[in-house]
Design a binder for this molecule. Structure first.
Ligand code: AMP
Length: 296
């Protein structure tokens, strides 16, 4: 397929010290740094974050790092899809200036002991089946911020729990970086784009469209006045039961921003989040209900 966007190859930096020296020089020049952390295998969701970040800083840095500490030993670290050459082309098309692409050894040298843990928020939703995941995420994002020194970093609402954990960390640890959220980018049939969608068989791919249908059905019924948590969750489970043979990990309502249980009636901004397993793929999706209501 013909490429329509101009492509200028980004500079690739592997060494964290070199990256930090470059960032410090950019800051000394009075220029701003916008940052998008990724695990690579880019899709249009990542592209949207990069396009937003491009507008918000003088220099655009993207990291590509499949962070081992956020994968449990039983998870897909080894199989996680990777294609750095393709990522570099896409990044160039989106105006990325620098790709920070460290090795696991450079990020976690022998003797590494420190962990950043955002307590209660990390043990719910995905944290139940992935108890070490969010400490891995918080620790690596903290390190990436210290190395890249961004003024602003863009994260996707696709991983809403991650977004909230990072916002909490930044506030709690007085980090000098603005966190910008970007809405979930979806395929035409509603499936949230994800690097892990490549794991789906054709049949699972079809069934996976039910995730967003279920979320939308719940959104519609809340728009019509429903506030009863059980009624909302039963509707979600009903749609998923009928349309898929996947295994539901969770479907839950949680209050924003700190992800406490929503209780019997939803009041104020509430996250409706779900995770479902289709074969070896575990897909997550969410919507925010009552986004514009005052906090409950
Ligand atoms: P990942 O490479 O999966 O770690 O994701 C890197 C960033 O892209 C994270 O901030 C994700 O939330 C975001 N992201 C992934 N998929 C999507 C999507 N479909 N829409 C919007 N943002 C996304």
């Amino acid at each position: 397929m013909a490429r329509t966007k101009e492509h200028i190859a980004p500079r690739v930096i592997e060494n964290p010290r070199e990256m930090r020296a470059i960032s410090e020089a950019i800051r000394r020049d009075g220029r701003t740094i916008a940052f998008v952390p990724t695990m690579g295998y880019l899709h249009d969701g990542h592209r949207a974050l990069l396009a937003e970040a491009r507008k918000r800083g003088d220099v655009l840095v993207m990291s590509v790092f499949v962070n081992p500490t956020q994968f449990a030993p039983t998870e897909d670290l080894k199989d996680y899809p990777r294609d750095f050459a393709r990522d570099a082309i896409m990044a160039g098309e989106e105006g990325v200036d620098i790709i920070f692409h460290p090795s696991p050894e450079a990020m976690y040298p022998t003797g590494f002991l420190t962990e950043v843990r955002v307590r209660e928020m990390s043990g719910v939703l995905c944290g139940v089946s992935r108890p070490t995941h969010f400490a891995g995420v918080a620790t690596v994002v903290c390190k990436l911020f210290n190395v890249v020194r961004p003024h602003i970093a863009v994260f996707g609402e696709k991983d809403y729990q991650q977004l909230q954990v990072i916002r909490r960390m930044v506030e709690d640890l007085d980090m000098d970086v603005e966190i910008k959220a970007w809405p979930t980018v979806r395929e035409a049939d509603g499936l949230a784009m994800s690097s892990r969608n490549v794991y789906l068989s054709a049949e699972e791919r079809t069934q996976a469209t039910a995730l967003f249908r279920a979320l939308r059905a719940a959104g519609d019924c809340v728009d019509s006045g429903e506030r009863n948590a059980n009624a909302i969750l039963n509707l979600v489970r009903g749609v998923l039961d009928e349309a898929t043979r996947g295994t539901l990990d969770y479907a839950e309502l949680r209050r924003l921003p700190n992800l406490e249980p929503a209780g019997d009636r939803i009041v104020g901004p509430t996250l409706l989040a779900l995770a479902m397993k289709f074969g070896r793929a575990r897909l997550i999706d969410n919507i925010v209900l009552l986004r514009d209501e005052p906090k409950g």
